[in-house]
Write a protein that binds this ligand. Structure first.
Ligand code: NAD
Ligand code: AHE
Ligand code: ZN
Length: 369
């Protein structure tokens, strides 16, 4: 079949809207009609050429929602018409990782996914007979996409696609890091670096679990109002702090953060996030993805004196199990999404969504098909 898609032909170039050929689902695969997709900074990370795994031409996009249009042989858990969210972190429920409660990083298809291919080692997308690569196993910047069954979460039928697509990455990552990774407790003090599409959801997660202090750090003063809207208690703009940012944050939190979260992808900020964590017990969690060749550093004494440095993907969530629950939380009004969808675009205008992100004007721009 044919599908309209935004294709990244080359690193650093705008996406091009073209018609691509899409082969139907093979055994264990599902064809999904994507109804809406968010644009996450990770799409920009790969589009820009900073992703060491970046491969071109590819169809980016990993924050989608849609409807099952067809299923391949052997598919049991899904049927035509099911409403779904594609998962860049699948959940096979059988691999060594899925069987270990300490991680959500199912490895069943990770190696082919990283090569832009389906689990059988081939691509379903092509143009003029030449393969176009998948991305993060999801490629939600195509109106139709093919996914392995284990990378699809079935969700509430009434959930609005243009809102719950955000649960495909940003919402789950931000709320999940608080609940699954930090396992933060009521009354804790949190510091969140970077108040974009991820950081605001970390703030929302901290509010949900009853944190007593939520400090937001961003260079963009417009983010003060945004943070407060979701529960932030204090805002710090590093460019307006006299002296050392870390010392300022340690003082503001009465000795340091119980939990700090880096939601930018800046290795210098990652160090500040670690060093503002409380001596003896503070945990710092890296969410931002840093470009090829970047490294983090600190004095080992920071760890010797009880701080710990951690990281997380997809908020530690197991997609097929947790994503439907988060959709239900949204449907029940337990979490907010609507105000964070600041822009809606047609696929033709997808590059404007990337511009809005760079200009700091959007929280989430969503493309509706
Ligand atoms: P975004 O562009 O929406 O937000 C980034 C925010 O950081 C902006 O508000 C910006 O003003 C702020 N910022 C930039 N530099 C800063 C600095 N030096 N100090 C303070 N604030 C600064 O991006 P996003 O979609 O929220 O994504 C954030 C990061 O998280 C990206 O690196 C993305 O790739 C990554 N990410 C990781 C996961 C994961 O599973 N680990 C999931 C989603 C996104
Ligand atoms: N090369 C990676 C993209 C970079 C990355 O770190 N991805 C995160 C999710 S960011 C979501 O916005 C991730 O899931 N990492 C775990 C892993 O196994 O890569 C890619 O996915 O192509
Ligand atoms: Zn993302």
């Amino acid at each position: 079949m044919k599908s309209r898609a935004a294709v990244a032909f080359e690193a650093g170039k705008p996406l091009e809207i073209v018609e691509v050929d899409l082969e139907g689902p093979r055994e264990g695969e599902v064809l999904v009609e994507i109804k809406a997709t968010g644009i996450c900074h990770t799409d920009e990370f790969t589009r820009s050429g900073a992703d060491p795994e970046g491969i071109f031409p590819a169809i980016l996009g990993h924050e989608g929602a849609g409807v099952v249009a067809d299923v391949g042989t052997g598919v049991r858990s899904l049927k035509k018409g099911d409403h779904v969210i594609p998962l860049y972190t699948p959940e096979c429920r059988e691999c060594e990782y899925c069987l270990n409660p300490k991680t959500n990083l199912c490895q069943a298809i990770r190696s082919t996914q990283g090569q832009g291919l389906m689990p059988d080692g081939s691509s379903r997308f092509s143009i003029d007979g030449k393969p176009v690569f998948h991305y993060m196993g999801t490629s939600t910047f195509s109106n139709f996409t093919v996914l392995p069954e284990i990378a699809v979460a079935k969700i509430h039928r009434d959930a609005p696609f243009d809102k719950v697509c955000y649960i495909g990455c940003g919402v789950t990552t931000g709320i999940g890091v608080v609940i699954n990774t930090a396992k933060a407790e009521p009354g804790c003090r949190g510091v969140v670096f970077g108040l974009g599409g991820i950081g605001l959801n970390v703030i929302q997660g901290l509010r949900l679990i009853g944190a007593s202090q939520i400090v937001g750090v961003d260079l963009n003063n417009d983010k003060k109002e945004w943070g407060e809207r979701f529960g932030m208690t204090h805002f710090v703009n590093p460019s307006e702090v006299d002296g050392d940012l870390v010392a300022h944050l340690v003082e503001l939190t009465g000795g340091g953060a119980d939990y700090s979260f880096e939601c930018i992808g800046n290795v210098k900020v990652m160090r500040q996030a670690l060093e503002c964590a409380h001596k003896g017990w503070g945990q710092s969690i890296i969410i931002g993805v840093a470009g090829a060749g970047q490294e983090i550093s600190t004095r080992p004494f920071q760890l010797v004196t009880g701080r710990s440095w951690r990281g997380t993907a997809f908020g530690g969530a197991r997609g097929r199990t947790d994503v439907p629950k988060i959709v239900d939380w949204y449907m029940d009004g337990k979490i907010e999404i609507d105000p964070m969808i600041t822009h809606k675009l047609s696929l033709d205008r997808i590059n404007e969504g990337f511009d809005l992100m760079h200009e700091g004007k959007s929280i989430r721009a969503v493309v509706e098909y």
